[in-house]
Design a protein around this ligand. Structure first.
Ligand code: ATP
Ligand code: MG
Length: 377
């Protein structure tokens, strides 16, 4: 009898030919993140138990739920004995819920429920309640072994990290963009985080805040690369040459171009942002077009369909909220108009980026060379 965890995945099962690839990726991710042993077992994954590692498992994308209990030999007597080990100290009612992927086992699921149910009732004197039991004892009968557990935990679902490829996620330190990074991870993207900061403003606190956000997000992904790009030179040039009303748009276009350069270096396939339509007056389709159109790669903004309240709730749930609300503004808010442009036009914006004796794109190239790269674990 061996303490272990049985991991179940949802959507992976639907992926036809890719199923093998998705399952292998999930096993690899579980091993990498929990440092435990994991192997595929007919539609589920068996993981060797490590004390207290449930919180880590709950955060691994691709896991729908998992049971914490024991692996046992494939005979009814062993299974019965093990059920007694997984019962809590105090409870009044219980039920047995068996499932069988091995159709050659001598009993079917209903028969297992009945047999094991009467055994537990007899040994403990407790009552069966099929509707609302205090404890459910799950039994999974597989090809070569059975799993028995009474603790089942929900995962976050989604798809294993790495199955979709790599993305560059623009993270500002606000509430939204860390949630957007999480959403990308949840759909199988490996996230490389990118932050632009002004070294002349609150620099140590901002740095700490961004590192902290990266650490929180790396709990879902495991190792994560963080680029911190100094933005003050670009910002000074923009403030010098662009009217206040257009600065934010040009800051963001500049960030987008540099994100594309980094994506090329990283072999990433898309850019992720925390944009949300109409959340603030300047988040119009006109502005987003002017900003996104400098990107060669697809720009994904997974929060586009959420209300602010939903984003805040998600931020709280994934653990980034408390860090995001620390009061250090990101550099995008520096020296911008009180009422920024809401209907930007590409031709006009482009004129401010390149005119005689001035070329923002050239400056961006030199600034990227100053990026600080940190590997977060
Ligand atoms: P957030 O809560 O993520 O800051 P927001 O609703 O405040 O989003 P903006 O501040 O306008 O919106 O930023 C929109 C998006 O631009 C951010 O979600 C992020 O993806 C990107 N972004 C803004 N500032 C930065 C920055 N300093 N570094 C990297 N990305 C940034
Ligand atoms: Mg912001």
């Amino acid at each position: 009898m061996e303490k272990c965890v049985v991991v179940h995945y949802g959507e992976i099962g639907l992926k036809g030919k890719n199923r093998d690839f998705f399952e292998r990726k999930l096993v690899e991710n579980i091993k990498r993140i929990t440092k435990s042993k994991a192997k595929r077992k007919f539609g589920r994954i068996e993981v060797k138990y490590v004390n207290g590692f449930e919180e880590r498992l709950k955060k691994i994308p691709g896991i729908r739920y998992f049971g914490v209990g024991f692996k046992t030999e494939l005979d009814l007597e062993s299974i019965k004995e093990v059920t007694l080990q997984v019962l809590p100290d105090s409870f009044k009612t219980f039920k047995v819920s068996a499932s069988r992927s091995n159709k050659n086992f001598s009993l079917n699921s209903m028969e297992i429920n009945k047999e094991v149910g009467s055994f537990i009732a007899e040994k403990t004197g407790k009552k069966v309640d099929l509707g609302n039991p205090d404890v459910t004892v799950w039994i999974e009968v597989c090809e070569k072994e059975a799993y028995v557990y009474s603790t089942r935990m929900e995962g976050i679902g989604g798809l294993p990290i790495g199955t979709a490829g790599k993305v560059i996620s623009l993270v500002s330190g606000g509430i939204d963009s860390p949630v957007a990074s999480f959403m990308a991870m949840k759909r199988g993207c490996e996230v490389v985080m990118l932050h632009f900061f002004n070294r002349t403003l609150h620099s140590p606190q901002v740095r700490k805040k961004i590192y902290r956000l990266a650490e929180i997000l790396s709990e879902y992904q495991g190792d994560m690369r963080l680029y911190m790009v100094p933005f003050e030179e670009i910002q000074m040039e923009i403030i010098r040459t662009v009217p206040a009303k257009l600065r934010m748009i040009i800051y963001r276009r500049s960030m987008m171009r540099m994100a594309n350069t980094i994506a090329e270096r990283e072999n990433a396939k898309a850019i992720v942002t925390g944009d949300n339509l109409s959340q603030v007056a300047s988040q119009t389709l006109e502005n987003l077009n002017v900003i996104f159109s400098v990107s060669k790669l697809a720009v994904l903004s997974p929060l586009i369909g959420f209300d602010k309240e939903e984003i805040v709730n998600l931020a709280k749930k994934i653990g980034t909220y408390e860090t995001s609300i620390l009061p250090y503004e990101d550099c995008c808010s520096l020296m911008i108009a009180k009422h920024p442009e809401t209907k930007a036009r590409k031709e006009i914006v482009e004129e401010f980026e390149r005119f005689e004796g001035f070329n923002l794109v050239e400056l961006e190239k030199s600034v990227i060379g100053k990026a600080e790269i940190t590997e977060i674990d």
